[in-house]
Structure formats: C-alpha cells, structure tokens
Design a binder for this molecule. Structure first.
Ligand SMILES: C[S@@+](CC[C@H](N)C(=O)[O-])C[C@H]1O[C@@H](n2cnc3c(N)ncnc32)[C@H](O)[C@@H]1O
Length: 258
C-alpha cells in the first residue's frame, strides 16, 4: 500500500493486528473443519443477493483470499482488496487465478478502473471508522442496480455476546474492538449510504464457531463441523425469520438505486 496513505489510529492498530496474525489466519481455511464452515458462511451470505451469472465481484477485507477459490467458476472477475500486506501476499501466492486478482489498499482510498455487479464483505464493517461513509464511497464502484452484501456479528443472542466477550479476554489474536450490530443498526448504515431494497437475515447457528476459531483435533472436529453445517443449511432456509435471537451473524444486502 502507498505508505503515504494516511490511516487513522484505529486503522493502524487494526492493520498491525492482521499483519501480525496473517499466517495463523490464513491457515484456518486449510483445515477441513474450518474450511467447510467458512465456505458455508460465504455461500449463505451471497445467497441473500440475487445477481446474474458471471458477475464482476469485489470483496473488501478479503484477508487471505479464499473466497476467490470457493467461488471459482461463478464470477467473470474477482477483485479482493485488503490493507494487510501480509494477507494479500498470501492471497496472491495461493488464491490468485486468471480471473481473480488482489490489491493492498484501504477501501477508503480505492479507485477501481471499472464498476462491479456485487461488492461483498465478511466481518469488515465493524472495523471501519465510519461504515456508512465508506459504503457511500463503495456505491460509486457499483453499477446501478448492483448489490452490496455484508456479513457482520450480531447482538441478538446474549449467550453469543457473552462468548465473544470471553474470547476477547483469552484470545490475543481477537480484536478488542470487535463490535456487534443490531438489525436496526445495519439497516440504518445501509440507508444512510443510499442503498435500497435492503434485506437483513440471520446467519450461522451451529457452524459459526468452526468458521471463526482455530481448533485442534481436526479428525474429530471435521465430522462435527460437517454435521453442524448441514443442520445450519436446513435451519437457515426453514426457520430464518425466527433465528434473529439465536444466530451469530446478520447478513445485510442492498442495491445501488438503478
Ligand atoms: C475480520 S477480518 C475478515 C477477513 C475475511 N473477510 C474473512 O472472512 O476471514 C477483516 C479484514 O478486513 C481488513 N480491513 C479492515 N479495514 C480495512 C480497510 N479500511 N480497507 C481494507 N481492508 C480492511 C483487515 O485487514 C482484515 O483482513
């Protein structure tokens, strides 16, 4: 990233954290128990937006770039951006393909040459200083009618909130600045950014711990993760409206006005 690009204090701390934990972070997607849960979170997130075949896709805060691999064959072009140089160098080495490229850049400074059909982010909004302001800029990089989709931690389940507080105390690789959103918070951010056709749905009940926390004993954990992912797929499609007080995350989707 251009070293002259100014970062806020919070952004500097955050980028330093992700550079420091990059190699551990990238390894999560290489372990079977975590890979299936992370892939499920991605597919359940993108499912909320309805876009056509072979879209031009941008992922903001793409980390080690595994979404490009999980979605391979489903996009015309994939651009992953992240301000962690270490994560992007990993993404370029292992997840680049002829349609997928990665850039080290702060989303607030990014000026892509072409517009996208879909811009998505997983666990990114709560790292931003002003999410609505950033999404307003992102809207310009989207074709009219194109989708923004975000998956974020939610505050609807007190047990999950307590577990996150505990994790902050014991896991030095987990950001202290982790936030949770209520449904209304995400809707307000999307509305303020000028998005329309906004949808908010709950995501992740049993599978989310496997998507987030690196676990030992993979031969034991992998089958448990498979079962949890299968159950979540069913629960999320059959019971979505009543999962707001249970799920770990919310997916928010909205469109750039046509
Ligand atoms: C919680 S991680 C999520 C990574 C990945 N999406 C995943 O699901 O594993 C948040 C990522 O966003 C990146 N990030 C945070 N703020 C950013 C910004 N302003 N511009 C670009 N990347 C940013 C961080 O470096 C980090 O890789």
């Amino acid at each position: 990233m251009d070293s002259s690009a100014a970062l806020s204090e919070r952004e500097s701390r955050d980028r330093e954290l992700f550079d420091r934990i990059a190699s551990t972070y990238a390894k999560k997607d290489l372990k079977p128990a975590h890979r299936i849960a992370r892939k499920l979170r991605l597919t359940q997130t993108l499912k909320v937006a309805d876009f056509g075949p072979a879209p031009r896709v941008m992922e903001i805060g793409c980390g080690a770039g595994f979404a490009a691999r999980y979605m391979e064959g489903r996009y015309g072009a994939f651009v992953g951006i992240d301000y962690s140089e270490k994560l992007i160098s990993y993404a370029r080495e292992f997840n680049r393909n002829e349609r997928a490229t990665f850039e080290v850049v702060n989303i607030n400074d990014y000026e892509p040459p072409e517009q996208f059909d879909v811009v998505f982010m997983i666990g990114l909004l709560h790292h931003l200083d002003d999410p609505a302001e950033t999404l307003t800029k992102v809207l310009k990089h989207l074709r009219p009618g194109g989708w923004v989709v975000a998956n974020e931690p939610q505050s609807g389940n007190p047990l999950v909130s307590w577990l996150r507080q505990m994790r902050k105390k014991v896991d030095k690789n987990y950001s202290d600045e982790q936030l949770e959103y209520a449904r209304g918070d995400l809707r307000a951010i999307f509305e303020k950014a000028g998005l329309t056709d906004i949808k908010i749905v709950p995501q992740g009940i049993l599978s989310t711990p496997f998507a987030e926390v690196s676990m030992p004993a993979q031969p034991l954990m992998a089958p448990i993760s498979y079962i949890c992912c299968a159950l979540d797929r069913v629960l999320e499609s059959a019971l979505s409206p009543i999962l707001y007080s249970v799920a770990w995350n919310l997916v928010a989707a909205g469109r750039r006005p046509a």
